[in-house]
Design a protein around this ligand. Structure first.
Ligand SMILES: *Cc1c(COP(=O)(O)O)cnc(C)c1O
Length: 365
């Protein structure tokens, strides 16, 4: 019988995305009965010591991986990053205050639309006129003095751009949607007021949203909020106010252990730089492929590129899929190709794509 490794194809999907094989294998092995428990993780009470240990273990590993200060709370919520588009302003944007948003892509734009339903929003900068092919320079951002917070999208999953320097927002807490580059490398959490990430790109399966929030900001969550949308309630209940996504948290926890076993975020960053470096080098090699993001804004997680014509792009998708390189079609809103190469994406898959690109160009270029 073939092993799972030999039957697995290379999954370049933007999300839900590839998970580490050892994580899947451990989950498979323990699916019917967790060792010493005799039940599946999906069958045990979320109030049991077993589950609390799993949850707290995951939280401790997250804290250790990024050296997160004790003044931050780590929450595991539901509703995806999209619910955070609403929860962030509902909790942090008080009446009469203004929130600054930096518009760097389709997800940032969605966050802005939700925030506007809640309060006053200032678009501090936008690169929409450049089709979101770049991150704005610090000088382009007009921040509101005394803003309730400044919101950025650290990695623009669809457009393939990423902030390489965290902007200085003075006293205004920086809020980041890090859904597609959370833990792609070391991060200085102390620079942020709140970070959120849907798990299904770089952390685990869909259905869990990681929220890291500075404790003092919880004072802004008023009792008037619907209880499930209140960060303070979730923090006071260690994400167990109601039944959390127990299975999702379990897999996320295993993924954090895998990250630690890789040597932590420094080591993962080196691997990610190497993987992305190989792909961008191939894109830049002759001009047949064309990177869509400006060079200084390129993402290490989502590599976007085009071919000389849409016909060739269609052919590329068809042939690459047939060759076991899945999910390379770009987002429907921008077209072209997108190779999502998150932490769990293996380097030999990048090598396979580079070889495929060479051969495709040789035949069609
Ligand atoms: C995928 C994604 C989202 C949406 O996440 P959901 O969990 O599906 O709500 C939001 N922001 C970014 C940057 C994303 O990549």
């Amino acid at each position: 019988m073939p092993t799972p490794a030999t039957t697995r194809i290379y999954n370049f999907s933007a999300g839900p995305a590839v998970l580490p094989l050892p994580v899947l294998e451990e989950a498979q092995r323990d699916l019917v009965s967790l060792p010493g428990v005799g039940m599946s993780v999906m069958e045990i009470s979320h109030r049991s010591k077993t589950f609390e240990d799993l949850l707290n273990g995951a939280i401790e590993d997250i804290r250790a991986l990024a050296g997160i200060p004790a003044t931050y709370r780590i929450l595991m919520l539901q509703g995806g990053a999209t619910l955070q588009f609403s929860m962030v302003p509902m909790n942090l944007l008080g009446a009469g205050a203004t929130a600054d948003y930096i518009d760097t892509g389709s997800w940032a734009d969605k966050a802005i639309k939700e925030a506007k339903k809640v309060g006053t929003v200032n678009i501090a900068a936008t690169t929409k006129a450049d089709k979101y092919t770049r991150i704005p320079a610090p000088g382009e951002c007009t921040l509101t003095p005394g803003a309730a917070y400044v919101h950025i999208t650290t990695n623009n999953t669809i457009e393939g751009t990423e902030w390489h320097t965290i902007p200085d927002t003075g006293d205004a807490p920086l809020v980041a949607d890090a859904s597609s580059d959370m833990f792609h490398g070391p991060m200085d959490v102390a620079r942020f007021g709140l970070i959120y990430a849907g798990a299904q790109k770089n952390l685990g399966p869909s259905g869990v949203t990681l929220v890291i929030v500075r404790e003092d900001l919880l004072a802004r969550s008023t009792e008037a909020l619907p209880i499930m949308l209140n960060y303070k309630v979730h923090a006071e209940n260690n994400s167990l106010y109601n039944t959390p996504n127990t299975f999702g948290i379990y897999i996320l926890g295993l993924t954090m252990k895998w990250l630690k076993a890789q040597g932590g975020l420094q080591a993962v960053a080196r691997a990610n730089e190497r993987k992305a470096g190989k792909l961008y080098a191939e894109i830049d090699r002759t001009g047949f492929y064309r990177g869509t993001a400006q060079k200084d804004s390129r993402s290490v997680m989502n590599v976007t590129f085009r071919l000389p014509s849409e016909d060739l792009e269609k052919q590329f998708v068809k042939e690459s899929t047939a060759a076991g390189l899945d999910g390379l079609q770009g987002h429907r809103s921008v077209g072209g190709m997108r190779a999502s190469i998150y932490n769990a994406f293996p380097e030999d898959g990048v090598d396979a794509l580079v070889a495929f690109m060479r051969e495709f160009e040789r035949k069609r270029g």
